[in-house]
Design a protein around this ligand. Sequence first.
Ligand SMILES: *Cc1c(COP(=O)(O)O)cnc(C)c1O
Length: 377
Amino acid sequence: MSAIPIARNASIKDLCDLSPSYVRAIAPYQPGKPTSELAREMGIEEKSIVKLASNENPRGIGPRTRAAIEAALGDLARYPDGNGFELKNALSRRYGVPMDCLVLGNGSNDVLELVAMAFLGAGSSAVYSQHSFAVYPLATQARGARGICVPARDFGHDLPAMARAVEADTRVVFIANPNNPTGTFADYGAIEAFLKSVPGCIVVLDEAYNEYLPPELRVDTAKWVKRYPNLVVTRTFSKAYGLAGLRVGYAMANPAIADLMNRVRQPFNVNSIALTAAAAALDDMEFVARSYAENRTGLKQIEEGARGLGLEYIPSYGNFITVRVGKAGEIFKRLLKRGVIVRPVAGYELPEHLRISIGTPEENGRFLTALAASLRE
Ligand SMILES: *Cc1c(COP(=O)(O)O)cnc(C)c1O
C-alpha cells in the first residue's frame, strides 16, 4: 500500500495548501460583465442591454464565416485536425511565413500561456508594463516566475525603461501594441530597437488590435520573424474578425521557438468549428475592412461625446477608448442601472477611468446619453 501524504481527516484548507503558494496567490481575471447576468439582476430584457465591455466586434460575424460554421457542424463527432493544417496554410499564404513558424491557440490568450509554459518557471522572470494586459502577470505567476512591472509612460510602454528592467533571469518580455486597456501605440521603430537591445529574451509582441491600426502606422511584423529569432508575434480572431466566442488566436515565431510552444499545448487546443471559421474569416477581407472603417467612425463619435462632456480620454489606436470620468466605480454602477455595461479599470491602476469598447453608432449614442445622465446624477 502506498502512503497517502494527507492526514485522513485533512481539512479543505490542508487540501488547498497542496497547491503551490504562487498558484494560491493568483488574483482571478475579472471579465466584462455578461449581458445575461445584468439582465437577471435588473429584471430587464437582455436585448435592451448595451455591452461595450470586452472589445468585441459590434458587426457580429460575416455571412461567409457563418456558412463555413454551418458546414462544419456535420463533423462535430470527429476530433479536430490537431495540427490545424487548413488554417495554418491560409495564414502562411496571407502573411508569407512558413507553416512551421505558426502556433495556433484557443484564443491568443492560450498562445500567451504557451509562451509562459515554454519559457517561464521558478527562478525566472518576465517583464511587462504597468497598465498593460492582465494576462501577462497571470501567466507569469501561474508558472511560479517573478513578474517585473515597469511604470508606464503617458499610459503606454516605456520601452527604454523596459529594456533596463531586464534582469539576468528574465526570459520573456510582453508588449501589447496597441495596448489594452489604454489604447496606446508604440512606434514600430522603437519596438525594433527594443528587439535588438534584448537579443537574449523572448519578446512577445501582442498584436490583438493590429487590424484596427491605420494603414500608415502598420508594419508587416510577420516579416520580422525571420530577422529576429527572439520575436513572438501574437494575433487573434477575437477582435476585428468577430470570433471572440469561438476562441482562436495564433503566434508567428522562429520555427524552433514555435516548436517548443507546440510541444506544451494540448493536442487538440483549437476546436474544429473555430479552425474552419477562422480560415473563412481570414478570407473575408471586406468584413475586416468594414470593421476597421466603422471603428474609426465610432471612435470619433465617442471622442467627440467625451469632449462635449468635458472629459479627458487617452487617444486610442484600438477598438475601445479609456475615458477619465472621476469616480469610475460609481459611474460604472450608474451606467449599469441604465443598461450599459462598460469596463472599470481600477485593477489596472486606473481608478478614475472607464474603458469603453466601440459599438455600433446606436450603441455609442446610448452610452453617451447614459454617461451624461450618470455624471449629472
Ligand atoms: C483581447 C486581447 C487578447 C486576445 O484575446 P483572445 O480572445 O484570447 O484572443 C490578447 N491580448 C490583448 C492585449 C487583448 O486585449
